[in-house]
Design a protein around this ligand. Structure first.
Ligand SMILES: O=C(O)CCC(=O)C(=O)O
Length: 320
């Protein structure tokens, strides 16, 4: 009897703790959403828009073309070489890729204890992850913090943006029969509605290697914006069947391409990728978001290790 009573009270405690947890989480979510909205409408995004409007960057024809495609469809694709014709940076990226692939494969062969992964997303091995120092000596960081890309991001967001996340990923091949999980499934990023991600394929990516896929027009303002519409901290993971029933297949874009394919995308729209069933997909990625996102929904993945005094104002703003 005593044993049963103890079991029952344990169970009741668990139920109450679980409920209290759920209530606390719901309140926390409401607070985070309110902070985001406040920063978007009145606080940091507003001043960031003013700063941008005071001196908008002059985009060249290539950057203009990217901007108008991302505005219209939610994405644009260009060869990396078009934006960075100097082959030195690409060679440095290839060398970094080769070192990363070699160390990842050695670690995975030894059981994978030392690879950097995030819980629930073990299929992505990360070169940097969070809490790292990055500076201009890193070839990908150098590219994404340069005006070639930052000006496009700022023009798209209509404000001085924050370079929030920078990393390189190795997507571990999965058994063909495995279920898609996490970002392998259709979803909208919860981070921000003012969001621009860039992805640079560092190897050729074919149909079987988990190419990035996107629903053209699902970005805020697009014709599919209302399908499971974006909201701060939203949990938008419809089932694959639900999404396919609602979105015409012609809107689904699949980005296969050679090494050097550079993709710009507002991932507040629906996207998925990384479900490789053959070879590892290796890509570099970065996220530009609004200051409101950093104030409420996200944390920066790195600390800038270079000299701030050498940066101009929009770049310093983006990196700090
Ligand atoms: O790995 C991919 O292709 C998807 C990435 C993704 O979902 C994201 O960066 O938000």
């Amino acid at each position: 009897m005593h044993r049963q009573r103890t079991k029952l009270s344990d169970r009741m405690n668990r139920v109450f703790t679980h409920r209290a947890d759920r209530v606390a989480k719901a309140i926390e979510r409401q607070g985070i959403r309110a902070t985001y909205e406040l920063h978007d409408r009145l606080l940091s995004n507003r001043s960031s828009r003013d700063r941008f409007d005071e001196a908008p960057p002059e985009l060249d024809e290539l950057q203009q073309g990217i901007l108008s495609e991302v505005r219209e469809h939610g994405f644009a694709v260009r060869p990396f070489h078009d934006l960075f014709p100097d082959g030195e940076r690409w060679r440095a990226l290839e060398e970094q890729r080769d070192r990363f692939v070699a160390s990842t494969e050695t670690d995975l062969a030894a059981g994978g204890e030392h690879v950097r992964v995030r819980p629930g997303k073990e299929f992505v091995v990360r070169l940097q992850s969070y809490g790292v120092e990055l500076g201009p000596d890193d070839p990908w960081f150098g590219a994404v913090s340069s005006h070639r890309l930052l000006d496009v991001a700022n023009a798209y967001l209509g404000m001085w943006s924050k370079l929030e996340y920078v990393d390189t990923w190795y997507s571990v091949p999965q058994p063909a029969a495995a279920e898609r999980i996490s970002s392998q499934r259709w979803h909208r990023d919860y981070n921000d509605k003012h969001l621009l991600k860039v992805f640079l394929y560092l190897v050729e990516v074919d149909e079987e290697m988990g190419p990035f896929q996107y629903v053209a027009g699902s970005q805020p303002g697009g014709p599919y914006a209302d399908a499971w519409g974006w909201q701060p901290l939203g949990q938008n993971y419809p089932t694959e069947e639900e999404l396919e029933a609602r979105i015409p297949s012609a809107a689904v874009k699949t980005f296969t391409g050679p090494a050097g394919t550079l993709l710009f995308c507002n991932t507040a729209g629906f996207h998925r990728g990384g479900f490789s069933t053959t070879n590892p997909r290796v890509l570099a990625t970065a996220t530009y978001s609004s200051p409101a996102s950093l104030a409420s929904l996200t944390v920066r993945s790195y600390e800038y290790s270079g000299s701030l005094a050498e940066l101009d104002a929009p770049t310093r703003f983006a990196l700090t």
